[in-house]
Write a protein that binds this ligand. Sequence first.
Ligand code: ATP
Ligand code: MG
Ligand code: MG
Ligand code: MG
Length: 474
Amino acid sequence: MKTSEIRSTFLDYFRSKGHTIVPSSSLVPSSDPTLLFTNSGMVQFKNVFLGSEKPGYVRAADVQRCLRAGGKHNDLDAVGYTARHHTFFEMLGNWSFGDYFKRDAIIYAWELLTVVFKLPADKLWVTVYHTDDEAFDIWSREVGVPVERIVRIGDNKGAPYASDNFWQMADTGPCGPCTEIFFDHGADIAGGPPGSPDEDGDRYIEIWNLVFMQFDRAPDGTLSPLPAPCVDTGMGLERLAAVLQHVHSNYEIDLFAHLIQVAAGLTDTKDLANKSLRVIADHIRACSFLIVDGVLPSNEGRGYVLRRIIRRALRHGWMLGVRGDFFWRMVAPLVEEMGAAYPELASKQSFVEDALRTEELRFGETLEHGMRLFDDIAHKSRAGQSGGIIPGTDAFRLYDTYGFPVDLTADIARERGLEVDMGGFEQAMNEQRERARAAGRFEAKGQMPADLASQLGPTVFLGYEALRSEGCKV
Ligand code: ATP
Ligand code: MG
Ligand code: MG
Ligand code: MG
């Protein structure tokens, strides 16, 4: 089944169960300062859960474009390393706003997967929140899942990809216990079942999360009950497509096959499983949709996340031997793949191409020099006393002179078994900020007319502070 058919089959199923089909919202949350990007389907319904907005329906379903590259949910560092993580992905979701609850949510999900999509029931595992006996009993007694394949899971203990059956969109806001459905891709793939010590492998892949939204978390961590218990579900379209198309990795599904082929052509790469091709194919989706949703590369906030993702993609192209521009040429094939589902992508094609090309030309001027400097630094770190740690001052030089975001430097370092001294980088960054402040004071006093100075304010680089306050790793 092609990805496009999976989208429509999902929506048809929930339409037949009385759900109103709603459009995907933007990757940029409309008025939510707690969130950098839309990271799940529930984001556009946050105020409905909280009770301050009444949408005129109590059941809804959609296909939501999501980005997990900053804030509480950040999968940027997993891309290229796991079979199941993207920065940009599509989330299939259904909701009940004070209407049905655990039982129907579970029964619908099971029926859709095993009857409509015909997944073999014996390859599905489920998890429930460790104290949720009600969900456990529905799975075991009503659905008939053998108890050996129902796992009780608590809260995440901090491991980035460990199972966690208490879902929250951000550090504050709607949240609740959840139950998740996993697909076993088979014994030839490394990894243990959910809850086991080696669950982070890619054998048992989580496909669907059903959240029982019951609480609103305040900034001090306290939970208060929502006006009505709700259901919020999210299933990764690409992960379901991988299962239905009998492939293991999301990057092998129909939608990615074309993008990867084009990337291979543009970079003259023979091995279609090359990790860099996957990263490039992932990043063109994230970057294009961010630009469609109004974000442009810049040095702060969302624009800086976009810049970081573009520069990572360009560096992967460089690693494959590209010495000119190539990345913006991936927009046309992306439009061929996704323009029908997202007309806004098709209509903004040339705008997206221009924005990417401009950034590509700009970074192209310094990438090569930066890579040469990186090689020198890496050589010295390995040979010297620093024990494979790249000093913060060197990472800062790459950032300041060659436009290497520090996460890009860290990513290159990781590939070579090195690490960046992040504390040292921040210190170098702070010192530069101080210098900028001092220079600003001098200028304001010495040269600028007072009224103009008060209009302009001091020039301070806020990018990292803004990102860090969002909980981003920078
Ligand atoms: P994982 O544990 O694999 O990182 P998750 O528990 O973080 O996934 P949820 O927050 O529960 O994911 O999101 C709901 C669903 O969205 C997941 O079950 C999965 O199918 C899909 N999903 C989540 N993150 C990604 C991603 N980075 N790329 C593709 N699909 C994703
Ligand atoms: Mg995750
Ligand atoms: Mg998970
Ligand atoms: Mg999950």
